[in-house]
Design a protein around this ligand. Structure first.
Ligand code: ADP
Length: 360
């Protein structure tokens, strides 16, 4: 390389180092987002590796890089190759489930708020951009994943060598549920101290392979099972699902307190069944009042991740075993889940931030 080219490369490196990631407020170079840089005869080729395929900041970061480099007159041709790599935080490092980079728990203070619906559609939304995603349904009292996925009475296969269960794959994601192993009526009769240990064993007996995100659908409430799973698995963070009519805020506070007790970051709160969007005239009615979830999140000092409408298409799609993300990706409801996935992936980045290795 010629002497003046070495100077230009230095200038390019300094320019890139001065660009901050808008969310993490750190240099994109320090975040290891520039993986390759080559400059020759005015042509600059670089590889920009985004921290997640779903982040709402991806375009902004790319634009900042292009704008900053456009100011360097010696660059006559800029070739940026884009890719992404989801970083793994404590889930990956403690390898409670080998190959799984991030475990995101989806929890609620009580049952019936749509926790499982949100968990599954969040997983599908995350996978739409190419991330490798799994869902683990540990809701022992009402495992709904088999119904939601249209996989009732489909027992999982066993890997002969490793003696572990293979997750069922459908709609581009991997899933495992206690409901794949037992009949609905049997689930209700499981009680007592044995359950906790059975659930723990079940969770360890699944061969997930490589996953960017494992969405963990926890049973509702804050009992021993939730607590022991939270301690056993290295959970990246928790998403709390609530509804506007869930005025008994005590449930939600208990849920948040449980995660805080075991030092699991709260990624944020989602308000499900937020408002009714008329399928005919598209008028929006806030039948349970407006802004309750957002206010709740603010009071608790946790991020508000989004609102999902109350919509019979979500309910029908779930009952038919074809989630809304699969039956109508263009619908407003599906778009809400896609934007929830973006917020969650960004919060995962924040939670992992301290764990990101600096390789440059
Ligand atoms: P949980 O896991 O909290 O017990 P589920 O996800 O099983 O709740 O949902 C309970 C019921 O509410 C299901 O029949 C589901 O289809 C329905 N449901 C969930 N979210 C919505 C929504 N946003 N709009 C309409 N129905 C919903």
């Amino acid at each position: 390389m010629k002497v003046d080219e070495i100077q230009i490369v230095k200038k390019i490196q300094e320019t890139l180092k001065s660009i901050q990631h808008p969310l993490l407020k750190k240099s994109i170079v320090d975040l290891n987002m520039i993986r390759h840089l080559e400059f020759q005869s005015g042509v600059l080729s670089l590889k920009l590796t985004q921290l997640s395929p779903n982040s709402i900041y991806n375009h902004q970061v790319e634009d900042s890089v292009r704008d900053a480099l456009a100011k360097i007159s010696e660059i006559t041709d800029l070739q940026i190759s884009l890719n992404w790599e989801v970083s793994g935080g404590k889930s990956a490092q403690n390898s409670s489930l080998p190959g799984v980079k991030n475990i995101v728990a989806v929890a609620s203070g009580k049952g019936g708020v749509g926790k499982s619906t949100v968990a599954l559609n969040l997983a599908l939304a995350l996978s739409k951009s190419g991330a490798k995603v799994g869902v683990l349904d540990t809701d022992i009292y009402g495992p709904s994943l088999p119904t939601l996925m249209g996989l009732k009475n489909t027992p999982p296969l066993i890997d002969g060598e490793k003696k572990k269960m293979l997750p069922l794959e459908k709609f581009g994601i991997k899933t495992m549920s206690i409901g794949y192993l037992i009949k609905d009526e049997d689930a209700a009769v499981w009680r007592g101290p044995m359950i906790g240990r059975m659930v723990q064993q079940f969770v360890q007996d699944v061969l997930w392979g490589d996953l960017d995100y494992l969405i963990l659908d926890l049973p509702p409430g804050t009992g021993d099972i939730q607590l022991s799973l939270s301690q056993m698995l290295s959970i990246t963070g928790a998403v709390i699902v609530t509804t506007p009519q869930d005025v008994a805020l005590a449930d939600v506070i208990r849920s948040i307190a449980m995660f805080q007790k075991v030092q699991i970051p709260i990624l944020g709160m989602v308000e499900n069944m937020s408002y009714f969007s008329c399928p005919k005239c598209h008028e929006i009615s806030h039948i349970f009042g407006q802004g309750g979830g957002e206010k709740k999140a603010k009071n608790q000092n946790i991020p508000f991740l989004g609102s999902i409408p109350l919509d019979n298409r979500i309910c029908e799609a779930s009952d038919l075993g074809k989630p809304i993300l699969e039956s109508d990706l263009e619908s407003e409801q599906a778009q809400k889940f896609l934007s929830l996935a973006s917020s969650v992936s960004d919060q995962v980045c924040l939670a992992n931030d301290r764990k990101i290795e600096i390789k440059l």
